[in-house]
Design a binder for this molecule. Structure first.
Ligand code: SAM
Ligand code: SF4
Length: 337
């Protein structure tokens, strides 16, 4: 172990989110255009490089790794990476986890559990098969549900992530809550962020009028349930409530609010080796060049420390201050959400 990563605001950085590919087998309308162009394969970090980078972060005090994408389970050979990372569990790393669209889980649930993964996040926005096809363009709800079942059979704890979309899944709010309770799954709602190719809806992309503030969603929940605010925080932009009538815990992720920046413990690594210190800001550090320049780990560790020293106090998701169109130019599938 080397000295832990501490940023200029005395926050310990112990959580790394890693995008292992920008590719995906879905085309969710709020995330990508149907004709998304992906990075040339040669620009991606190899699995060995991903291992080397993540291992450097673990040596430097990262205790939680979340693997994401794009769709992490479409990256060829991805189990080699998970199997490799499992050597750090209990030896610096407390948790190895992933966020997935669930499409490949029926195949991968068991090997993931064998690699030491204990909890996974599965993104699912609707329980209606036709609407699922509409929002993901290419996905099959049936397949995802089989994947979730396989995950639970393999002993993985499942959390469902649902993007709140006005006029789309608004009417399903209670159905989704009930479904998660019946299936013993945790549930978190995500407020939609204007990213990438968000358009006017004419080509099926997310429309601005689909923005459904979680404040409103929460008020709807409160019409049926007694909500108790929970104190625990994860260092991220999530808040939790308990539904007293069912005992369920529901999370709310509002990426656009600045409320939790002071406890931010995370950084994000893209599939090309760029380290983003804050989801809401464009500043990043290239780690691929220092890694490729030398087989020695010291220049890489120095580059990581220099990047953490630039982590900003908070983010800058102010619609009015962004470029015309009010959206981030970066794709969630590139930085991993
Ligand atoms: N493909 C995997 C999945 O869908 O879970 C992992 C990557 S995906 C980019 C990670 C999360 O970001 C998903 O829960 C997805 O719903 C969310 N996401 C994508 N675009 C978003 C947007 N514009 N606003 C809010 N959440 C978004
Ligand atoms: Fe793929 Fe996930 Fe983006 Fe949907 S949200 S297109 S599943 S990366």
């Amino acid at each position: 172990m080397t000295a832990p990563l501490i940023d200029p605001f005395a926050r310990t950085i112990d959580y790394l989110r890693v995008s292992v590919t920008d590719r995906c087998d879905f085309r969710c309308t709020y995330c990508m255009s149907e004709h998304m162009t992906f990075l040339p394969k040669k620009d991606l970090l190899t699995l060995e490089e991903l291992d080397r980078l993540c291992s450097a972060f673990v040596r430097m005090g990262v205790r939680k790794l979340r693997i994401t994408g794009g769709e992490p389970l479409v990256r060829r050979g991805i189990m080699t990476f998970f199997d490799g990372m499992s050597r750090h569990l209990g030896a610096g790393l407390d948790e190895l986890t992933l966020t997935t669209n669930g499409s490949q889980l029926d195949r991968f649930a068991r090997p993931l559990a064998d690699a030491g993964v204990r909890r996974i996040n599965v993104s699912l926005d609707t329980l209606d098969a036709a609407k699922f096809k509409e929002i993901t363009r290419w996905g099959s709800l049936d397949k995802v549900r089989r994947g979730i079942a396989a995950a639970q059979e393999a002993g993985l704890r499942v959390k469902i992530n649902t993007v709140a979309l006005k006029g789309f899944n608004e009417a399903e709010l209670f159905e989704i809550v009930d479904w998660c309770r019946a299936g013993d799954m945790d549930l978190t709602f995500i407020e939609v962020m204007p990213m990438g190719d968000m358009g006017d809806g004419t080509d099926g992309t997310l429309r601005l009028d689909q923005y459904w503030p979680l404040r409103d969603l929460r008020a709807r929940l409160a019409e049926r349930f007694t909500l108790t605010e929970l104190a625990h925080r994860t260092g991220g932009p999530a808040r939790y409530v308990r539904l007293e009538e069912t005992g369920q815990q529901i999370g709310f992720i509002t990426p656009l609010t600045h409320n939790f920046c002071e406890s931010c413990n995370r950084v994000r690594l893209t599939c090309t080796g760029e380290l983003y210190m804050c989801l809401g800001q464009e500043d990043m550090a290239d780690l691929r060049a220092p890694m490729r320049a030398s087989g020695d780990e010291t220049p890489l560790e120095d580059a990581i420390r220099a990047a953490i020293a630039r982590k900003p106090r908070g983010h800058d998701f102010d619609y009015s201050r962004q470029r015309a169109g009010g959206q981030m130019s970066r794709h969630m599938s590139h930085t991993g959400g």
